[in-house]
Design a protein around this ligand. Structure first.
Ligand SMILES: C[S@@+](CC[C@H](N)C(=O)[O-])C[C@H]1O[C@@H](n2cnc3c(N)ncnc32)[C@H](O)[C@@H]1O
Length: 265
């Protein structure tokens, strides 16, 4: 879903686009912090939006319009996010726009635009309240909600296992501020990554599908985002093989993609 991080080649090199001017570096750092704050608020809102808890506008609230109209509007909103999130993550796009945006804040800007695309989706989402399923037993319903929150927790903890601060651009602006080089990307397989290659995406899938009440709107959201995740994995793995070579190829042979069972050794 979130895709490529800036790579900058195998050896650690000076942060590309490092500003010489200390004030410029400081402003870049503040911008990175602000983008991160917007991301974090959006992430928290997303939990409420999908679960229907604790936020004013959820996936199942708002003005009800005819089903086809709602479906088209929602597909458009998800497409805006998908196009922004995928296109801005591709190397040719990065090469083009880092002519205008300093490379040190490229990731923060990507994170900011992704968050804004999500805010637009939350704001403009049209509810589709038709009931697909509903868990009648309150204890089971609570357990399903708990499973959904476990999915969100897996998402957040996976970002820390990979590199939370680099993924959301803070590492880049902090290194730029300190005039330090960004370290070369490292292949990691900690904790969940021993069981599945994409725990973060698995967390999203669990969070979206574990619904005690599944409406047509949430079903549309879960189905489209799951399809987007699967396509995203194919693109991400192409980059990971290019970056980590045989290490990643062997990992692919050993560990399954999303379903946590061990492949035969
Ligand atoms: C949003 S994270 C998602 C990581 C992974 N796909 C997941 O679902 O847990 C995407 C970034 O993680 C990086 N990445 C994915 N797997 C990795 C691994 N095993 N070691 C290091 N970086 C990885 C990718 O290069 C990409 O920049």
């Amino acid at each position: 879903m979130l895709s490529e991080r800036p790579r900058g080649g195998k050896p650690a090199t000076a942060t590309p686009g490092t500003q010489e001017n200390p004030m410029g570096r400081f402003i870049a750092f503040l911008y990175g912090l602000a983008s991160y704050a917007v991301f974090f608020a959006t992430f928290l809102y997303a939990i409420g939006f999908v679960s229907g808890l604790g936020v004013p506008k959820t996936i199942d609230t708002g003005t009800v319009v005819p089903m086809a109209q709602a479906c088209i509007a929602n597909l458009l909103l998800m497409s805006v996010f998908a196009v922004q999130h995928s296109v801005m993550a591709r190397k040719p796009f990065k090469q083009w726009w880092t002519q205008f945006v300093p490379a040190s804040v490229e990731r923060s800007t990507y994170v900011l635009f992704s968050s804004l695309a999500l805010v637009l989706l939350f704001w403009q989402w049209r509810p589709m309240p038709a009931l697909v399923w509903q868990v009648a037993d309150p204890h089971i319903a609570m357990a399903v909600t708990g499973l959904s929150f476990a999915g969100w927790l897996i998402v957040l903890t996976s970002t820390f296992l990979i590199n939370h601060f680099e993924l959301f651009g803070l590492h880049q602006v902090a290194s730029n501020l300190a005039g330090r080089a960004m370290p070369a990307p490292r292949f990691r397989t900690p904790l969940y990554y021993r069981f599945v290659r994409h725990p973060l995406y698995l967390g999203f899938i669990i969070a979206f599908w574990a619904a005690p009440t599944m409406t047509a709107g949430r079903l549309l959201f879960a189905a489209v985002t799951t399809a987007y995740i699967v396509v995203g994995i194919l693109l991400e793995e192409r980059d990971l093989v290019a970056l980590f070579g045989d290490d990643y190829r062997r990992y692919k042979n050993r560990v399954s993609m999303l379903v946590p069972w061990r492949k035969s050794a």
